[in-house]
Write a protein that binds this ligand. Structure first.
Ligand code: HEC
Ligand code: HEC
Length: 213
């Protein structure tokens, strides 16, 4: 009796260990992504700090799930393929260097593990920006601006304000988020339309960018 219980326990343990090994094998490690990341350095910088002249934002510390999804979207054409989207087209061409799903997950893990490098602030945040951010944006991007994986909303805190402003304009114009099946982009399009004027957009972006990543 005692013996068979021990045997059963051992069996359960063994199954558990195999399952865990599977989990670890499928989780991408940042170390694997380091060599992939070499292709990103000319535009995003060695520390993921972004290079303003290329239009590439600071991505260091951005969540792996989000980086992975964006790379997938650039590769599939869900993002960056609208006519006239110069920056999106640059990135869509670059992502071709990332071959497999495994490589993509690995480079995303590497980017996520880089310590965040906040972009220079776009002037002092205003009450108007804070009020709109807390009333609308915080519902999905969190009051801290750190994002929310469950809702698919990325970090905005500390991200280059010029980049964020360009994305907001892209959602408004349909350059981003208008592809059929882009459910999350469509959500963001609806929200972008709620901001009353260019001034408020500027304020809310300046506020989001000023938050600590
Ligand atoms: C030739 C320049 C260039 C290279 C190389 C490049 N990128 Fe980009 N990347 C950009 C630009 C420009 C954007 C902004 C696109 C836009 O405005 O929509 C961008 C955007 C991104 C975004 C979206 C950020 C966000 O917050 O949504 C991610 C993630 C990203 N790049 C990751 C990478 C990774 C990983 C690599 C290397 C495999 C890479 N990029 C290589 C230029 C580049
Ligand atoms: C209903 C949820 C929701 C609300 C509310 C919301 N967002 Fe978003 N936002 C998203 C999602 C989801 C994405 C990612 C879309 C994608 O993957 O392309 C996103 C993406 C963005 C991006 C692109 C970030 C990047 O790194 O490329 C910006 C900028 C942005 N949101 C700004 C805002 C601002 C400013 C507000 C408030 C006025 C706001 N969002 C409110 C869900 C939301």
């Amino acid at each position: 009796m005692r013996r068979s219980r021990l045997a059963r326990y051992r069996l359960v343990l063994a199954i558990g260990m195999v399952a865990c090994a599977g989990l670890f094998a499928s989780a991408a490690s940042p170390a694997d992504g380091k060599s992939q990341y070499a292709a990103c350095i000319p535009c995003h910088g060695a520390r993921g700090e972004g290079v303003a002249a290329t239009g590439a934002p600071n991505i260091a510390g951005s969540a792996a799930w989000y980086v992975d999804r964006q790379l997938k979207d650039f590769a599939s054409g869900a993002r960056g393929r609208e006519p006239g989207d110069r920056f999106g087209a640059t990135m869509a061409a670059a992502v071709a260097a990332v071959g497999s799903d495994k490589d993509r997950a690995a480079v995303a893990a590497y980017v996520a593990a880089l310590p965040p490098v906040p972009a220079p602030a776009a002037g002092a945040p205003t009450d108007n920006g804070r009020n709109y951010f807390n009333a609308i944006c915080s519902a999905c991007h969190a009051a801290s601006g750190r994002g929310n994986e469950t809702l698919g909303a990325p970090r905005l805190a500390g991200v280059a304000p010029a980049y964020l402003a360009r994305q907001l304009a892209a959602f408004e114009s349909g350059r981003r988020g208008a592809q059929i099946g882009d459910r999350l982009g469509a959500q963001m399009r609806a929200v972008a339309a709620m901001l009353p004027d260019a001034r408020t957009e500027q304020d809310v972006i300046a506020y989001a960018a000023s938050l600590k990543p």
